[in-house]
Design a protein around this ligand. Structure first.
Ligand SMILES: [Zn+2]
Length: 314
């Protein structure tokens, strides 16, 4: 099979909407011009819903989706949306850009189960259960009192399992994480989280959490934001590789992918030489120098996530 690169988290469409950029604007870390030389490539594109949109989450999601659909129409020659697993083969065979739509923050549902089905119909295939704060589904990583999943949150997990909507535990509080793991019967993703043992930030996940995600057959998307990579002031690409090596040693290379968080973090917070999709070869080069095989690098940069989509979407 041809080599494919896949990135399981970027906030590009929300950021582009707010800045009135088109998706081919090279000010975006992820953009249609820079990705051209990386094809075939799949980018998960999150409708990021800030916690301030409480009770307006669904409306905000529609705004972001409408922006995306206009852009998709404009660039319809270039983009293949991933709605079902067969679409990933189209991306590979036609050397295209695939997009997979996600929601970052269950606040998007406005507390209504029906909205999971509505969003699925509109192409959403993954939901990050919380952002930093609490929402109707559960407690986020900055929770003052960690109550875990609510009864509504538990219902949502069951529905998502039923309809093959991927569950993402990045940003979850510890108890929300464990509640999800105890209810869900499908593989789980942490789309953009690093190793807590290497960088003590509440957004990162502990060794035991990493092991439990692996046990579900899930994936950990290593992320590029400096404050989740190191407790020092600035991170380098080597720090990303350090997190990859750690997870590889702990559970195995087959449980690792990348979730850049492009356009969700300021460029200043990204390592030098890795400011966008144009630079991802630098990460591959760094892994090669550190002794990773070409095959392992391909697994981390795309193949593992390809297998995940193939196994978990309709
Ligand atoms: Zn995030």
């Amino acid at each position: 099979m041809k080599n494919i690169k896949i990135d399981c988290h970027a906030d590009t469409i929300e950021f582009a909407l707010d800045n009135n950029y088109s998706l081919d604007n090279r000010k975006l870390s992820f953009n249609l011009v820079d990705v051209e030389e990386k094809l075939p490539y799949i980018q998960f594109l999150a409708c990021f819903i800030h916690d301030k949109y409480i009770n307006r989450g669904y409306k905000r999601t529609k705004e972001i989706l409408n922006y995306y659909f206009r852009e998709e129409q404009k660039f319809r020659e270039d983009i293949v949306r991933i709605n079902r697993k067969s679409d990933i083969y189209k991306v590979i065979n036609e050397n295209k850009l695939g997009t997979l739509l996600t929601i970052e923050n269950g606040l998007a549902l406005d507390g209504k189960e029906d909205n999971i089905y509505n969003l699925y119909k509109q192409g959403i295939r993954l939901i990050t259960i919380t952002w930093n704060g609490d929402n109707q589904l559960g407690a986020g990583n900055q929770a003052i009192y960690d109550f875990g999943l609510t009864s509504f949150g538990k219902k949502c997990i069951n529905i998502m399992n039923e309809i093959n909507m991927i569950i993402d535990v990045s940003h979850s509080s510890p108890k929300t994480f464990w509640d999800i793991l105890s209810i869900s019967n499908k593989p789980i993703i942490a789309s953009h989280s690093n190793v807590y043992s290497l960088c003590n930030n509440r957004r990162n996940i502990t060794d035991i959490q990493i092991k439990e995600i692996a046990k579900t057959g899930g994936l950990i998307g290593v992320t590029y934001c400096s404050k989740f990579l190191t407790n020092k002031k600035e991170a380098t690409i080597k720090d990303i590789v350090r997190h990859i090596e750690y997870i590889g040693d702990l559970v195995g290379i087959e449980y690792i992918c990348v979730g850049s968080d492009f356009d969700g973090v300021d460029k200043k917070e990204l390592p030098e030489n890795l400011k966008g999709v144009k630079d991802i070869n630098k990460l591959e080069e760094c892994m090669l120098i550190r002794g990773f095989s070409k095959e392992n690098i391909q697994d981390i940069m795309g193949k593992n996530l390809f297998n995940f989509i193939n196994n978990n979407l309709e």
